[in-house]
Design a binder for this molecule. Structure first.
Ligand code: WAQ
Ligand code: MG
Length: 242
């Protein structure tokens, strides 16, 4: 018999000019005996963040049935070393083109609209329409974690968390790829991920110190399929074997 698991979600923000500015967020799935540790670690992370001090932190704990959790192998990982952010951006374009997206420039231009969002843009790559119900917030992929959960989470492991997220996101039939740049000012490595190319790290996509980052989930299909896709991203539970 498998024991129940708990989903733990954290989000932190700060009021600025009467608006909530997103500082950080995290999603974890752990066994009961890890709950206290994980909550303390996520709180630590929320409060001491390079994007500044939070004045609002929400930690949400929910029990989930182990039987509801899908398990998947992580995408294969490759790394593309680049010398400059410009070279990284060119590499990103090339990966989009290799994925059959010949409007790569137009797609990359959309990244600018994601700065400051809490979630990701869901972009129909054929019509270039945005499919998120709330475009300011975007769509958040939640209820996922790495299967072995023994590591320390008070410091964010950008790579592991992103690999988990990308594995869940691109597993959906309507998601043909994902583009990501961290909004953490000092984390300049980003990635492109897809079922065909796997998780491709690009070592420099922006200049150090730059707070601009975001994600685009690249959608292809009928627009009426978007609801199902959003439901999958937000609610299906997944543990990823790294
Ligand atoms: N669902 C959807 N969008 C999200 C989520 C989520 N769960 N988490 C973050 N985002 C969006 C949001 O707009 C953030 O501002 C943006 O992505 C960047 O998030 O292999 O750290 O958590 O070393 O800052 C890449 C690792 C790290 C590359 C990416 O993103 C590597 C990272 P961050
Ligand atoms: Mg961040």
């Amino acid at each position: 018999m498998s024991s129940d698991l708990y989903s733990v979600k954290m989000r932190a923000s700060r009021k600025e000019d009467n608006e909530d500015r997103h500082i950080s967020g995290a999603e974890k799935i752990v066994e009961q005996d890890m709950l206290q540790t994980i909550c303390a670690q996520l709180l630590e992370r929320a409060i001491h963040h390079s994007k500044g001090e939070a004045d609002f932190v929400n930690i949400k704990v929910e029990r989930i049935a182990a039987g509801d959790v899908i398990r998947r192998d992580a995408l294969p990982v490759t790394t593309c070393e680049v010398g400059t952010a410009g070279e990284g951006q060119r590499k990103l374009r090339e990966l989009l083109e290799r994925s059959g997206l010949h409007n790569s420039e137009e797609i990359l231009e959309k990244m600018k609209e994601t700065w400051g969002m809490r979630g990701a843009m869901l972009l129909d790559v054929d019509t270039m329409r945005r499919l998120e119900p709330d475009q300011k917030r975007g769509v958040r992929a939640t209820y996922m974690d790495a299967e072995d959960s023994g590591d320390d989470r008070s410091h964010k492991n950008h790579f592991r968390e992103a690999l988990v997220l990308a594995t869940k996101v691109v597993s959906h039939k309507n998601i043909i790829g994902e583009i990501c740049i961290s909004d953490d000012p000092d984390y300049v490595t980003g990635y492109f991920a897809s079922k065909e190319l796997g998780y491709v790290r690009i070592t420099k996509l922006k200049e150090p110190g730059c707070p601009d980052g975001g994600r685009i989930f690249l959608f292809r299909g009928e627009e009426r399929e978007a609801d199902d896709c959003i439901r999958y991203l937000e609610h299906r539970k997944m543990l990823v074997r790294i």
